[in-house]
Design a binder for this molecule. Structure first.
Ligand code: COA
Length: 216
């Protein structure tokens, strides 16, 4: 059990899908992504992927079931009927952020990392990244890669902090504004040098945010 202003990190489950979709919409609104319940379900259960959530006890008075639908255009609401079949309990955990990667041969490719806008700059995004790197290390993955918008300085700064370097560019990768994607990659994450730096950063994060992050 985690207390007020505290969160923990665990693997994503079916009960999180609605909130993960909500965060996805909020974090990547410019991409106008709309994924069906089935596609999130598929991702969470994909044996070649791992998705995690940062979650706290339910935020006071928040009814997450009602939040996403009014923000969607009518045609997306029509397509989203399958979300209505999902059951919520009153003691549902409140998902603050989520992240995931695909497991490719020798490579983990980060597909998502997002934190609710009103909970950003509190160490949650960094903690999600730490957990992804831990998971990838356990899976003996060699390197971690990702694409990020060229203009997304906040995310690039986080990735740089953890040793990701820009290794390429995908011109006009994002369809909404034809913005370039920067391709970033780590060195070998199981190497002694990467792990030494990573453990230092992990410990610094633990010290800085010990009041809020509770290890499961
Ligand atoms: C990127 C994102 C996940 C960061 O999450 P967060 O919880 O706010 O970040 P944290 O508080 O853990 O910050 C960790 C590091 O990220 C970087 N960072 C976070 N916010 C930043 C900002 N506004 N400007 C510059 N750097 C920032 C810093 O390096 C920071 O380390 P520091 O505190 O030592 O300076 C969050 O901004 C988000 O959800 N953005 C929208 C979705 C997105 O862009 N995802 C990435 C797609 S590739």
């Amino acid at each position: 059990m985690v207390g007020e202003n505290q969160y923990t990190i665990r693997l994503a489950e079916d009960r999180d899908i609605h909130q993960v979709a909500e965060i996805d919409q909020e974090a990547f609104s410019e991409e106008q992504l709309f994924r069906s319940y089935a596609s999130y379900h598929r991702e969470i259960h994909n044996p070649l992927a791992r998705y995690i959530v940062a979650c706290a006890e339910e935020e006071h008075g928040l009814n997450t079931n009602k939040q996403i639908m009014p923000e969607l255009p009518w045609y997306k609401r029509l397509l989203s009927h399958n979300y209505h079949n999902v059951k919520y309990t009153t003691n549902e955990q409140y998902v603050l952020g989520f992240a995931g990667f695909w497991i490719m041969p020798d490579e983990g490719h980060i597909t998502a990392l997002g934190v609710r806008s009103n909970h950003r700059c509190s160490g949650i995004g960094e903690r999600l990244l730490i957990s992804l790197i831990d998971l990838a290390t356990q899976l003996s993955i060699k390197t971690i890669t990702l694409e990020v918008r060229a203009s997304n300085e906040a995310a690039q700064s986080l990735y740089r902090k953890y040793g990701f370097q820009a290794v390429g560019r995908r011109p006009r990768y994002y369809s909404n504004n034809r913005e370039d994607a920067v391709l970033m990659s780590t060195n070998t994450i199981t190497s002694a040098s990467f792990q030494a730096h990573f453990q230092e950063l992990k410990e610094a994060h633990r010290q800085r945010w010990k009041e809020s992050f509770i290890a499961a």
